[in-house]
Design a protein around this ligand. Structure first.
Ligand code: HEC
Ligand SMILES: [Cu+2]
Length: 413
């Protein structure tokens, strides 16, 4: 420890490593340390660090979205706070490091210290990080526990992940009974670069999840096929939706508005095409929305009963079936019904499609376990009857069969 002269370090802050810049400017690197340039540079570095940090302030595109729930605010505040701690550690560690390297370099004639062990240094560099970790972990743990407190919600909504859309069922609270699917509404032309991309490209849906402001909403998550994740950053929610499991989380939105998110678990080919849009309404507007939804549900139920009994003509079914096919099946089986060899079965000329109707209804309604052919039982009887009739009479398939909605409902029961 003979060459180790602590006295020399007196009065030098960690930031002084930045003096390297001023010193590199002088042709001959001298022993001179200090001078007004260095304090200027230190100031400059401080200001740039602050500018960098404040550029992350609320509203910046590099930052988290503005927090809209108490959990999101906690996450946000802790994130910023941890970034400051990181900055201080960064400057401290690199400051000491660069200072030491520069001050003791060989060209200055410094003789290397030769020592092996310092118990006090080891204690210090163990205890300080431990304390820092505890200081960081304490509020984080409190927040994680708060995230899990789904007790006493005002509204409970079941969210189901599907390849590739979300299903929302209002289970309890105002809106109970409302149920719908929420699918990407960005036009294909934008995705294929045939049209300029819209403002909410890939972050827009046909049916938004609507909730009232200031009410505790419990989100109960599961999935129909593979693991998805329901992620809405502004509300501070990110929770996996796992088939066969139930997970829950909650939020209370602070302000009315529209908050966008995405599926955050790689769930297959269209993972990037199943966004989440939450619309937060004032209490009155929410009640109106619920009334409208319940009215629609009633009308749809009446329509479904009527359709279930109605006999459609083959042309009606084929026309409708072609649309259903394009929306729900063509991505895998291809518009020409040829599928993709080795991945998706061909329907054109398929034995199953040209064989008994019951097997055809079976595979479409129930899917085939362990394959990409997932169940399509969530489609209406009319849609299913239409798409099956279409497949049996499209391309080179000429069965002439007509499948009526009543046959689908018989199959289901
Ligand atoms: C995600 C891709 C995917 C989508 C979407 C899809 N299928 Fe399939 N489908 C498959 C795969 C894969 C098979 C083959 C399953 C197997 O291994 O037997 C299949 C098989 C079938 C079969 C049986 C074909 C045969 O010869 O065995 C029918 C009928 C069928 N699908 C109808 C449909 C209909 C109707 C839709 C739309 C409502 C649809 N599929 C949507 C992937 C898909
Ligand atoms: Cu997904």
């Amino acid at each position: 420890m003979t060459d180790f002269k602590p006295a020399e370090y007196k009065g030098h802050s960690g930031l002084k490593y930045l003096r390297i810049k001023s010193r590199l400017k002088s042709v001959k690197i001298s022993n001179h340390v200090g001078g007004y340039m260095s304090s200027k540079l230190v100031g400059l570095a401080g200001v740039s660090a602050l500018a960098l940090y404040s550029s992350m302030a609320v509203g910046s595109k590099y930052n988290f979205p503005e927090p809209q729930s108490i959990i999101a605010r906690e996450i946000y505040d802790q994130h910023i706070w941890l970034m400051w701690i990181c900055l201080v550690i960064f400057i401290g560690v690199f400051g000491v490091m660069f200072y030491s390297i520069l001050k003791h370099r060989k060209s200055l004639g410094y003789k290397a210290a030769n020592f092996h062990h310092s118990t006090s240094v080891e204690v210090v560099w163990t205890v300080i990080p431990c304390l820092i970790l505890i200081v960081m972990a304490y509020p984080a743990t409190k927040t994680v526990i708060a995230m899990k407190d789904t007790s006493q919600p005002d509204i409970s909504i079941k969210v189901t992940g599907y390849q590739w859309m979300w299903g929302y069922d209002y289970l309890h609270g105002e809106g109970e009974g409302v149920s719908f699917f929420s699918k990407l509404s960005t036009p294909k032309a934008q995705i294929e670069n045939r049209e300029p991309k819209g403002e909410h490209y890939l972050l827009e849906v046909d049916n938004r999840l609507v909730v009232p402001v200031g009410k505790k909403v419990r989100i109960i998550l599961t999935a129909n096929d593979v693991i998805h994740a329901w992620w809405v950053p502004a509300l501070g929610i990110k929770q996996d939706a796992i088939p066969g499991f139930i997970r829950d989380t909650w939020f209370t939105a602070d302000n009315p508005g529209i908050y966008r998110g995405q599926c955050a678990e790689l769930c297959g080919k269209d993972h990037g095409y199943m966004p989440i849009v939450v619309e937060v309404l004032e209490a009155d507007a929410y009640s109106q929305w619920v009334a409208a939804q319940q009215g629609e549900l009633k009308a749809a139920a009446v329509q479904a009963t009527a359709d279930a009994e109605k006999e459609f003509t083959i042309d009606e079914l084929i026309t409708k079936g072609e649309q259903v096919y394009a929306a729900a099946c063509a991505a895998c089986h291809q518009p020409n019904g040829q599928g993709i060899p080795g991945a998706f079965a061909a329907l054109d000329g398929s034995e199953l499609v040209n064989g008994p109707v019951s097997a055809h209804i079976g595979i479409v309604v129930k899917g085939k376990t362990g394959t990409a052919m997932t169940p399509f039982g969530h489609l209406s009887d009319v849609d299913l009857a239409a798409v099956i009739t279409y497949e049996r009479n499209a391309w080179s398939n000429k069965t002439g069969d007509v499948v009526q909605p009543s046959e689908i409902s018989q199959f289901r029961n």
